[in-house]
Design a protein around this ligand. Sequence first.
Ligand SMILES: NC(=O)c1ccc[n+]([C@@H]2O[C@H](COP(=O)([O-])OP(=O)(O)OC[C@H]3O[C@@H](n4cnc5c(N)ncnc54)[C@H](O)[C@@H]3O)[C@@H](O)[C@H]2O)c1
Length: 452
Amino acid sequence: MANRRPSVLDSPVPGTLGNRRPSVLDSPGSRRQSVISSRRPSIDPSRLVPMDKTSALSGTDHFNVLFVGAGNIMFGSDEGPWNHSFRFEHKLGPRLKVVALIDPAIDRATSVLQKKCETFVRSAYENTRVFRTLEDFVKNMSRKDTPRAVIVGSPPMFRGTLQTGRDIELQILRYFPGVAMFIEKPAATGPSSEIEEAFQIAKHISDSGTICSVGYMLRYLKAVQMMKQIIHENNLTVMATVARYACAYEAIAKPDWWDKSKSAGPVIEQGTHFCDLSRYFGGDVDMTTVSAHSLEWDENAGHLSKMVVDESAIPAENRIPRVTAATWKYESGAVGSFTHLVALQGHDYSCELEVYADGYQLKLVNPYVQPVLYIRRPGNDHEETHRFPDDDPFFSEISVLIDNIEDIEEDPETSTILSSFEDACKTYQLTWAIREATERNRKYKKDNTIPE
Ligand SMILES: NC(=O)c1ccc[n+]([C@@H]2O[C@H](COP(=O)([O-])OP(=O)(O)OC[C@H]3O[C@@H](n4cnc5c(N)ncnc54)[C@H](O)[C@@H]3O)[C@@H](O)[C@H]2O)c1
């Protein structure tokens, strides 16, 4: 190991808590020190076990959880496999008590709870109270309702800033100091001028030693952890990441998704998963090197025949690009490239990530549906194929979070949280840099086109 080059595996994910987690018994000062750590930000793939092959957390005391947002990510939909409440039920079993559900859409919140109460998980939800805001809950809660984890699945336009009403992370830190949080991706979706505010929140979170996990669940795929393991065990230095994310646009029926003023565009809202995964392998990006081009809705090749939303209702300047292609340099010198496409019909997405190192190609295919990892090793043209049936990264990310909260005994075997708020801010920054690079190039072309 003496002469090996440093790899991204050498440092913990900034802002996660290295090789021990804080307990509510710690003082803020001692927690801060725990950030300094030697634990690798990866997990032995054999420790990632699907829900049906694991038993609920042991113990008998109630585990109070507070949910913010009663939408698809929390309670599921036909659009995909996400459904956090379902994973919490399996991880915590009868210990789960959802103390409150915060959502300004009271009817939606009441209705999802009603459905839960009609099933065998009733005991987790029969005393759940619904509030429009976190503040309303705090005013009305009793001490026994204090949550051990706050799970935030509200839209990103309502979070990730220091501004009143869009500062849920700071509210949680203020009302529930020391309580763990889980925040969905992306960190925010305000204007790029607000990115700095997201980084300030990251600092508040890490300074307070709060356990915080961000919903970049693809990091928890067994295939991804096997890629990490190969890189680590062979002391590899990543040379390049090549990512492609082609969504099935016919299946996307949310008008806001097609409106840049609402969702910030498909790279920031959706492609963010692959920008994040690229960074997970390539490390920090030199933001000054990001360059990108887009195919826009008003170009001939950008015409889509099977959109299910009425795009004419969206102001022209807010319509989203059909293709975004970006390249950048990592601070390590490696090169990253990413193409996002709004081009496919049907239901399933087509997504691939290739990671290259001397003699190695690690190719992750179809991570959302049925992950397959193709590996080419040094001195060989043969491609190994590894399949991962029943892998559930949504469960793994929740499972790791809960293990970290429960782990006040500092069990060195507990898996690490793989995505910190600060790290998620860096992904957010990269996706904004890509969007702004496309807009600069588009403006340049417009300004330099001589009218016929
Ligand atoms: N990791 C993934 O694969 C994945 C998948 C789906 C969604 N997500 C993320 O989850 C988040 C939510 O997406 P969704 O699909 O559930 O959206 P959704 O529109 O289905 O639900 C959002 C809910 O939040 C509520 N809400 C609005 N403002 C709120 C506020 N200030 N406080 C609390 N609740 C508020 C809305 O009334 C709605 O019920 C987004 O950040 C999205 O990117 C991630």
